[in-house]
Design a protein around this ligand. Sequence first.
Ligand SMILES: Cc1cc2nc3c(=O)[nH]c(=O)nc-3n(C[C@H](O)[C@H](O)[C@H](O)COP(=O)(O)OP(=O)(O)OC[C@H]3O[C@@H](n4cnc5c(N)ncnc54)[C@H](O)[C@@H]3O)c2cc1C
Length: 461
Amino acid sequence: MSSIALKSFTGLRQSTPEPSHFNVPLPLARHQRFKVSASKSSPKLTNRNLRVAVIGGGPAGGCAAEMLAKNGIETFLIERKIDNCKPCGGAIPLCMVGEFDLPLDIIDRKVTKMKMISPSNVAVDIGQTLKPHEYIGMVRREVLDAYLRERAEKNGAMVINGLFLKMDLPKNQEQPYVLHFTEYDGKKGGLGEKKTLEVDAVIGADGANSKVAKSINAGDYDYAIAFQERVRIPDEKMVYYENLAEMYVGDDVSPDFYGWVFPKCDHVAVGTGTVTHKGDIKKFQLATRNRAKDKILGGKIIRVEAHPIPEHPRPRRLSDRVALVGDAAGYVTKCSGEGIYFAAKSGRMCAEAIVQGSENGTRMIDEGDMRNYLEKWDKTYWPTYKVLDVLQKVFYRSNPAREAFVEMCADEYVQKMTFDSYLYKKVVPGNPLQDLKLAVNTIGSLVRANALRNEMEKLRV
Ligand SMILES: Cc1cc2nc3c(=O)[nH]c(=O)nc-3n(C[C@H](O)[C@H](O)[C@H](O)COP(=O)(O)OP(=O)(O)OC[C@H]3O[C@@H](n4cnc5c(N)ncnc54)[C@H](O)[C@@H]3O)c2cc1C
């Protein structure tokens, strides 16, 4: 695990080799202000506006394309599957609803109760500190992604149903990128038609198996494999999950992650993930289902899905006028496995940097403009990634540590800090006295966990 962590933060650094901003202190809010640093020396475009292709129409691509199209950029959004149903738990933080102006009817459930369930099945209710208007949104990805893409289209983006294949890189600043893709328009028996498109810049929002990343030799990342089943359960069982989600921890459900049951409109999503034991994922899935079995009894599996989840950013996230966002860049947090908000946010931030650098599409951009996005991203979110990385290392390493983790979750102060950070995506400043109490309690829990582990190891000899 330590090598993964090292890479993760090396990954964040490598693409911004110039000044390092990682020691910039909080508060973050100050860094979130928009920084104008257009490449004023770059040539003015005549007779046309800047042309940008966004590859991939998930949350990262949809939000990038909307921002570009709204602000004077000629925008092409290439998505291989317009009705794509991305395998995903679909949990989104409250702040995403406001920041991205999401209509409430695309949210299946508002979760206000969460049960954290330990290896020995001790269940702790978390979410007791939520205020009446606070909740975790549960969406189906086919609904969210379609909404964001359609909104981009309404704002002027040209949405192309096509599979991006490769691109020819420009030899100088004046030349375009030539994208090769197969366009599907219902003709040619569904085989599609090979096409090319010339653009000035490219945003790679094509997820964990990104072809754009390969095109710019962005390097690989470690990944988890996550598995999920959509289970339709009887109505009377669904009442229990009305506004409640469950998280299970334990060696049985995952050696390094957690299992979940998340409620959706007419079913629950049951899933788990792992980096270290990918070959055993089905065994972990079965264990997750078994742990929840009384509550999902009589359920029917209506869909089985699996997909990689990046563990850390790629070694490179930009090259010249190409930048990666969302899962293509590797922006999923450890511990929680959250990536939807970060995908949408990075897509939007990258697009903002292009809009600013090109002065609303009137000038050519260069790598410096793209780099503004990366610098802002790293300054804003690095602490969040760091904290969750440490939490995962401390608490997901053994069953005794997980028992300690669940015990700690019973603390109202921990719940408040966790939910505030999750719902609003801000590292919340704590109360020094409460922090001290928490530190003492955490050490106490971990010492107990270690002692327990030592005893168990002795028994094994
Ligand atoms: C099982 C599972 C559960 C998860 N649960 C949660 C959760 O509850 N909450 C959360 O926040 N995150 C969750 N995540 C992570 C989350 O799904 C991702 O972080 C998020 O989808 C990233 O969005 P994105 O837009 O970057 O990429 P994606 O959502 O992967 O979108 C990429 C898009 O690009 C398209 N594409 C790919 N290649 C090409 C190509 N060559 N040409 C054209 N189009 C292409 C794809 O069809 C897709 O639409 C989960 C992930 C998994 C696997």
